[in-house]
Design a protein around this ligand. Structure first.
Ligand SMILES: *Cc1c(COP(=O)(O)O)cnc(C)c1O
Length: 419
């Protein structure tokens, strides 16, 4: 890597300095953004390789370019490992992102104008699940289910009733800010009862599935989509799993359906990520993510804050900041000034708009990658609660900022690697 940085220094010191400033920013701050993580150096090296040069439209041994024998090995390895890791009959590792992975499934399972049913954005759904701001929302019809107003959890009787009324062709389970386990068998039963296909979007929790600390969607879903950069801790990208009977149509939906040439460097990095996710160390990592999330959530609750649904079973939870007399945006800004990154998020049935919100989403994948344990979460929870309760106090924010800086310094992200 050393010589690569040398070239960048010579040709474009401006960009090198951006990279260096970002390295420093990562080091100094505590990252509680539930969708982020730190890719290991092995992943970054594969991604920074000359495999970025190769055009490889098509699939291994069925390419539209010569000279693909070697990158074919990278893709075959990534596919083999994805199938092994998740116990799936088919995997496509070419989607550039989680949103692309979802589009691929829509193209395969729906015709323009068909209806899909997904979790409401306000209750934890994702923009790529048919939002009117997204291409899928223009092509397909969409209806929604939410969470129960009282329990703030999924209510399968209610979801079943909506499915029977609306008769969607595709039902999507999985979201971006739902803190609880999802009953995939119940979703599969609902889908079967109305003749719909089931897509589980495990973008957020695929690392927990790989580490066997989350219910497993693969035996229940027709399709599973995911990112590789969230809890799975790989390069920025996506993939799709399914049973073998959809192999051909899914392959065609990716290419030439919605993408051109795959990013072979990223596919190699995905192979590395899947290998790492098969290790015992990764299982321990996944388990610790959840233990940390529970510990952090319990601490902020004990400090008097309210968590949506009363807690978490996963890597994330949502704090309702409205009782503190602030918005999610104000909470995000106060924490940011104190060196903590966590993002504002709409709450179920939030009356505030998405650019203000009444909630704050907190996740533990990144701090767990840094080596933090439940004991550290108690301390972090205390700092967070103190800032949120005193969000207008400059002295509290300044003091917390110094403590966060010290905490961050004692947990290096890349201990053996100087960038
Ligand atoms: C993050 C996420 C995605 C999309 O990921 P991108 O890679 O940003 O396109 C899709 N679905 C859900 C539920 C997500 O949380």
């Amino acid at each position: 890597m050393g010589s690569l940085w040398k070239s960048l220094e010579n040709t474009d010191p401006e960009v090198l300095s951006i990279v260096q400033r970002e390295v420093a920013r990562e080091k100094e701050r505590i990252n509680l953004i539930a969708s982020e993580n730190y890719a290991p150096v092995s992943v970054i090296e594969a991604q920074a390789s000359v495999l970025t040069n190769k055009y490889a439209e098509g699939y291994p041994r069925r390419r539209y370019y010569p000279g693909c024998e070697i990158v074919d090995d990278a893709e075959r390895l990534a596919v083999k490992r994805a199938k092994e890791l998740f116990g799936s009959e088919y995997a496509n590792v070419q989607p550039h992102s989680g949103t692309q992975a979802n589009m691929v499934v829509y193209m395969c399972a729906l015709s323009p104008g068909d209806l899909m049913m997904a979790m409401d954005l306000a209750c934890g759904g994702h923009l790529s699940h048919g939002s009117h701001n997204n291409l899928a929302g223009r092509i397909y019809g969409v209806c929604h289910y939410g969470v129960n107003r009282k329990s703030e959890c999924l209510d399968y009787d209610e979801i079943s009733a909506i499915a029977k009324r609306e008769k969607p062709k595709l039902i999507i389970a999985g979201g971006s800010s739902y803190p609880r386990q999802i009953d995939f068998a119940a979703f599969a039963e609902i889908a079967r009862s109305v003749g719909a296909k089931l897509l589980v979007d495990m973008a957020h929790f695929s690392g927990l599935v790989a580490g066997k600390v989350h219910s497993d969607p693969v035996p229940h879903a027709d399709f599973v989509s995911s990112t590789t950069h969230k809890t799975l801790r790989g390069p920025r990208g996506g993939f799709v799993l399914s049973r073998a009977n959809y192999a051909e149509i899914l392959d065609r939906s990716v290419f030439p359906g919605i993408q051109g040439g795959p990013f072979m460097n990223v596919i190699a990095a995905k192979a590395v990520c899947f290998k790492e996710a098969m290790t015992d160390d990764f299982s321990i990592y996944a388990k610790t993510i959840v233990e940390n999330a529970k510990a952090l959530c319990e601490k902020v609750i004990s400090e008097g804050l309210r968590a949506v649904s009363g807690g978490t079973d996963t890597h994330l939870f949502l704090i309702d900041v409205r009782p503190l007399g602030i918005t999610g945006k104000e909470a995000q800004e106060a924490l940011s000034h104190a060196g903590i990154d966590a993002n504002m998020n709409v709450l179920p049935y939030d009356e505030l708009p998405p650019n203000e919100t009444g909630g704050l989403r907190i996740g533990t994948p990144a701090v767990t990658s840094r080596g933090m344990k439940p004991g550290h979460m108690a301390y972090l929870g205390e700092l967070i609660s103190n800032v949120l309760k005193n969000s207008k106090s400059l002295s509290v924010i300044e003091k917390t900022k110094r403590e966060i800086f010290e905490l961050a310094r004692s947990f290096p992200i890349y201990p053996d690697f100087e960038q």
